[in-house]
Write a protein that binds this ligand. Structure first.
Ligand code: BYC
Ligand code: FE
Ligand code: FE
Length: 470
């Protein structure tokens, strides 16, 4: 276990003090990061005491310390998982060779681009979520939001460390650019579409942490396999933090479902209008939010057929999530049948790896759906929540812009346009959800649209004052 040095300006377990140039460069970036947090991070909560976890070791057991922190004083740092001795490349054409401790010249620009794209999403999500604190359904949820926010801030540090340490001047310039692009900005938007979508309410936040943070999990898992060892070690530790983000999404939606079912029972109806009048979220509306955020997140895997993905795999830069579970790690003579708009097409697996990842991601997404549907079934209702087809509402790949219904059928454009409003949240749905967004800050109290969590954080009661507002 490598301990983390907290006596330095930038907490780290990478012996930053042994490389003065790198240390100075990162210490120069640090105030820019803090300025960005001040301007683009959660609004108005800078003096609140937030019960947050901070990494104190990279050991899977007991890596976090919990305590009250002012967010601007959070100890963002650089933490890499311990090296695996004698680690070898686990896939691609260079399989079996030693992993890289430096960036090979021929892969430099591609690796930099992958790291910048990954890094760009982290601060983008903080920007998207910056107003949500004002409408928190409870102090417990407010704390979880801020926990996710500070950790996404740390994930930015993780990528900026790689850029500074391994990409010289270009890397330092990219690190500045990561603070200059902003979510939804007309002139300098974030790189990937989902990270420019506005997030105005907590139902969207729970869907985002369920679907979009899970894309993060899958991308990080594929980088954890990378031949570029510092990237692999960085991502392995990020994954430890990531689990909580998806927990927030899964339990958040589960609590919404629970509350809705209580109201349905109380009123003896499944009429959306009456459920809404009672201040709860009807299940068809939840389904539309799931359709929206799931389809948006599916684009984050890239195109179904991608020569980039083939290159990234063959060279060893980016593997498949859980690469060891597969038999063939080279994939030079395997093909895969993909359903394309104009029929089935057989393509080399190497070129279909984005799709392979998307498929395993969707399987992971099903787990929450099963849980929520079990809740609905136990309450005696026939409705089932479902995931939209991966062809629905795509903006990237061969299905982009095509009129496909949530079941994946290509339909008439006019029919698609007529029905889209019933498949994703309409303006009226959004206005209704917005009307529920009222700040609840009495310890232990919950907004009327969500059930309390089963337990609190770190064995504390649900009633604990997780955020002390001043
Ligand atoms: N939006 O060959 P293709 C997370 C571009 S989330 C806009 O199919 P490739 C987090 C693409 O760049 C995880 N543009 O793409 C979650 C390419 O452009 P060029 C983020 C898009 O390269 C919650 C062109 O379309 N991690 O961590 O195979 C909170 C053709 O693309 C999009 C990463 O993204 C899009 N959705 O795969 C906080 C990992 N999709 O080259 C954090 C790093 C594609 O024609 N990135 N394009 O100019 C990658 O691995 C790959 O870049 C992608 C795309 C998987 C994103
Ligand atoms: Fe992240
Ligand atoms: Fe995350």
């Amino acid at each position: 276990m490598s301990g983390i040095n907290y006596s330095e300006k930038i907490p780290n377990n990478v012996h930053l003090d042994s490389d003065r140039t790198l240390q100075r460069a990162l210490e120069h970036w640090q105030p820019h990061f803090l300025q960005w947090w001040h301007e683009m991070g959660p609004t108005d909560f800078e003096s609140a005491d937030v019960y947050l976890r901070t990494a104190i070791s990279v050991d899977a057991q007991g890596w976090a310390h919990y305590g009250a922190v002012h967010m601007p004083e959070y100890r963002w740092g650089i933490f890499l998982a311990d090296p695996v001795p004698e680690r070898k490349i686990g896939f691609g054409d260079a399989m079996g060779q030693p992993v890289w401790q430096q960036v090979p010249g021929e892969y430099r620009s591609t690796l930099r681009r992958l790291i910048v794209t990954q890094g760009d999403t982290e601060p983008a999500s903080v920007e998207q979520q910056r107003m949500l604190g004002h409408a928190c359904p409870s102090l417990y949820d407010l704390r979880n939001l801020f926990q996710v926010n500070v950790e996404e801030g740390r994930h930015l540090w993780a990528m900026v460390y790689l850029l500074h340490a391994y990409f010289g001047r270009d890397g330092r310039e990219e690190a500045e650019e990561l603070l200059a692009r902003h979510s939804g900005d007309a002139d300098k938007p974030r790189i990937l579409t989902t990270f420019n979508e506005p997030m105005r309410d907590w139902l969207s936040f729970f869907c985002f942490t369920y679907f979009t943070d899970r894309d993060g999990k899958y991308q990080l898992k594929s980088f954890a396999e990378s031949a570029f060892d510092p990237l692999s070690r960085t991502c392995r530790f990020m994954l430890t933090e990531e689990a909580h983000h998806m927990f927030v999404g899964e339990t958040g939606i589960s609590r919404v479902v629970k509350r809705t079912l209580e109201v349905m029972k109380e009123l003896g109806t499944d009429d959306p209008a009456r459920i809404r009048a009672h201040g709860a979220i009807d299940l068809p509306t939840l389904q539309r939010y799931l359709n929206y955020w799931c389809s948006s997140s599916l684009d984050l895997f890239g195109s179904e057929i991608s020569s980039n993905s083939a290159q990234n795999f063959a060279s060893g830069m980016k593997g498949r999530p859980d690469e060891t579970q597969y038999e063939d790690h080279v994939l030079r003579d395997k093909t895969l049948k993909l359903v394309m708009p104009d029929g089935e097409q057989e393509v080399p697996v190497l070129n279909a790896l984005n799709e392979v990842m998307r498929e395993s991601y969707l399987k992971d997404c099903e787990i929450g759906l099963k849980r929520w549907n079990r809740q609905i079934e136990r309450a005696g209702h026939a409705l089932r929540l479902s995931l939209p087809s991966s062809r629905f509402r795509r903006s990237i790949g061969p299905w982009a812009g095509l009129p496909v219904d949530p079941q994946g059928r290509l339909i008439e454009k006019s029919l698609y346009e007529k029905n889209l409003g019933s498949w994703i949240p309409s303006a009226a749905d959004q206005a209704f959800i917005q009307s529920l967004m009222r700040k609840v800050i009495e310890p232990g109290k919950m907004a009327a649209w969500i059930a309390p969590p089963e337990r609190g954080i770190n064995s504390l009661p649900v009633e604990y004052e997780y955020v002390k507002l001043h």
